[in-house]
Design a protein around this ligand. Structure first.
Ligand SMILES: Cc1ncc(C[n+]2csc(CCOP(=O)(O)OP(=O)(O)O)c2C)c(N)n1
Length: 382
């Protein structure tokens, strides 16, 4: 599938040196060949770039069973999120609720390449899709969304603050960008214990403009931490389009100043995401330090449930849905491979049932009792 065609901001043209500037330039000392050194260094850095490896082999060679599994996981995320949107509309979900619809191929493609229960993951508030891709029970996620005691954070976290240490899923963070330095901490833990694990830290294109992200890049590169930074570039930070809020819209290049190789990936193609993640993980597991992946994707719904999304046209959203939908693309590929439509319909039916069960379970679960206010406040006794 072609890379999504969300328009990128035009890059500023390099100013041609004027005659005056050239005339005033000091003569270069003959001995200190800084230009040559810089050139060699750049060549070394360019060689380290993983973009070439990605370009050479873009898509994961999935078996039919694997692709069907990816399809199933993406459909689960979509149907779950649609149902969460309905429950929000009915007043059953309080607080914020950020849906992941449109971005499913990112979570499914990346998670499928990780060693479950070994590698760790941390993300922002748009977290339900990641948890589902990690195999966490939809019932406990829905129960958390509806503030029930059976929820994964005992009904006290809601949409943005879900954890599962068992699955090495470390949230669920409402503070934009906060998960990036925390992710470096998780990566430091892997390195300190020498357990071979990698941390994947997801953040948005808006979060990518925060200072703490670059402090983290510096530390992570300096200490060669086993971390994959994943920018989910969905085109908007709340109502601000990428080209209005970012001087460099190619986020995969943002690690260059810290010698972190970047990868520019089509986040609407689950097989491309999977393949690129493997390249990144191989590099990180070989103790080379961090990688920065930009996954170009799109969110179909508003920023959160309370966003009418007036900053973009209906046509833009429809165009992405029609031409770049990750689920439809996987479906078409399965059909081309000879997997029958009936097989996929069975999967869709099974998913609808699982999501309905999750919603029933949540609605029929009790709310936490008042004494829950005093639990999970501190990790230990001080
Ligand atoms: C430190 C901080 N500043 C501002 C906000 C308000 N806020 C919530 S989401 C958001 C936009 C983030 O956009 P992006 O990183 O692109 O992620 P996306 O929502 O697109 O997934 C902002 C500014 C916040 N939660 N935390």
């Amino acid at each position: 599938m072609a890379k999504p065609v969300r328009p990128r901001a035009p890059r500023a043209a390099k100013a041609a040196p004027t005659k005056i500037a050239a005339a005033q330039a000091p003569a270069k000392p003959a001995i200190i060949e800084t230009d040559t050194l810089a050139g060699e260094e750049d060549a070394v850095f360019a060689l380290r770039s993983l973009q070439q490896a990605h370009a050479n082999n873009k898509r994961y060679d999935a078996s039919d069973a694997e692709l069907l599994h990816f399809y199933e996981q993406m459909v689960l995320i979509r149907r779950f999120e649609e149902r969460a949107g309905q429950l929000y509309g009915l007043g059953l979900i309080g607080g914020f609720c950020h849906l992941y619809i449109g971005q499913e191929a990112v979570a499914v493609g990346v998670q499928s390449a990780l060693k479950a229960g070994h590698d760790s993951v941390i993300t922002g508030y748009r977290d339900h899709g990641h948890m589902l891709a990690y195999g966490i029970d939809p019932r406990v996620i829905m129960a958390e969304l509806t503030g029930r005691a059976a929820g994964i954070s005992h009904g006290k976290g809601g949409s943005m603050h879900m954890f599962s240490t068992e699955h090495k899923f470390f949230g669920g963070h409402g503070i934009v960008g906060a998960q990036v330095p925390l992710g470096a901490g998780l990566a430091f833990g892997h390195k300190y214990r020498d357990d071979g694990g990698v941390c994947v830290a997801y953040f948005g294109d808006g979060a990518a403009n925060q200072g703490q992200v670059y402090e983290t890049f510096n530390m992570a590169a300096l200490w060669k931490l086993p971390i994959v930074f994943v920018v989910e570039n969905n085109g908007y930070a709340m109502g601000t389009a990428v080209k209005r809020g970012s001087a460099e819209t190619h986020f995969y290049r943002r690690g260059t100043g810290f010698r972190i190789p970047g990868m520019d990936v089509n986040g609407m193609d689950v097989l491309e995401v999977r393949q690129a993640t493997e390249v990144a993980l191989d590099y990180v597991r070989a103790r080379n330090g961090p990688v920065l992946m930009e996954l170009n994707t799109y969110r179909y719904r508003g920023h959160s449930m309370s966003d009418p999304a007036k900053y973009r046209s209906r046509e833009e959203v429809q165009d992405m849905r029609d031409k770049h939908d990750p689920i439809e693309a996987a479906k078409q590929e399965l059909l081309r491979r000879g997997v029958t439509e009936d097989r996929m319909k069975d999967i869709d039916k099974k998913i609808r049932q699982a999501v309905a069960e999750a919603a029933d379970f949540a609605e029929n679960s009790p709310e936490p009792t008042a004494d829950e206010l005093y639990t999970d406040v501190l990790v230990g006794k001080y």
